[in-house]
Design a protein around this ligand. Structure first.
Ligand SMILES: [Zn+2]
Length: 250
């Protein structure tokens, strides 16, 4: 088990818990955010998305999800039992950045093949989960940024957990650049069959540190446990495990 360590909140003096690897920690008594290593104030914008559901209300989007979609067993909503409902505020970096990739490649789908040059230019609010080991489908999560407010600890429910960041801003920007470049290479596959060269220039706009409410749901269906991740701001199912269909007769 990982043992939590403590620093003192430089704003209110309360103990701020962190586990090894966490580098940005938020005080649960006053909401003040500190860089663990230096004990200094965290200088970037810290935002929060509000959770709109309590433990009873969250069952509505769960049941709706279970009842919709032809891939699911028809008795899923009726026969499944929700066994766990945890609200966790996950830390993200939202990197606002412009990216322009100039490329040269070969188009081989016609004969003779031709050399193609061009650019891909796009603006992103790129999402990076600020945890090293956690698995979260960031690309499937359409983060509702319009709802963000400045981080306010009184809005955090007492039953919820808030996870600290294990990734600092520079690392998040670096990851963003790598992921965008990979994304552009993927997009290029429509245009060229072989990439000869590609160079991407970035124009960094803003980095926001954000806590977003995610419900971790477990449910049982015919003896097996499945997991759901739900965006607590909108009730959207970010990811859901669906039981195999086909044993309905029994
Ligand atoms: Zn404090």
């Amino acid at each position: 088990m990982v043992v939590a360590e403590e620093i003192r909140c430089s704003h209110c003096g309360a103990p701020v818990e962190f586990t090894p690897g966490e580098i940005i920690a938020t005080c649960k008594y006053c909401g003040f955010t500190t860089v663990v290593e230096t004990g200094q104030v965290f200088n970037f914008e810290h935002s929060l998305l509000l959770n709109m559901y309590d433990e009873t209300q969250i069952e509505t989007p769960i049941k709706e999800w279970m009842r919709s979609g032809f891939l699911k067993p028809s008795d899923l909503a009726k026969k499944s039992k929700i066994t766990e409902k945890s609200l966790i505020y996950l830390p993200f970096w939202v990197i606002s950045i412009e990216a322009k990739s100039a490329y040269k490649g070969i188009f081989e789908r016609i004969t003779p093949s031709i050399v193609k040059e061009g650019t891909i230019e796009k603006e992103y609010n790129w999402l990076v989960l600020a945890r090293e080991a956690a698995e979260f489908p960031t690309r499937e999560y359409n983060v509702p940024l319009e709802g963000k407010i400045p981080y306010y600890f009184r809005k955090i429910e007492s039953f919820a957990r808030v996870l600290n960041s294990e990734i600092d801003r520079d690392e998040a920007v670096e990851l963003t650049k790598q992921q965008i470049e990979a994304h552009h290479r993927f997009l290029l596959q429509q245009d060229v069959d072989k990439i000869v060269e590609m160079k991407t220039d970035f124009n960094m706009k803003q980095a926001v540190y954000l806590h977003a409410p995610i419900w971790f749901i477990k449910y049982d269906y015919r003896g097996t446990s499945y997991q759901l991740l739900i965006d607590g701001a909108t009730g959207t199912v970010v990811k859901g495990e669906i039981p195999q269909k086909g044993f309905g007769i029994f």
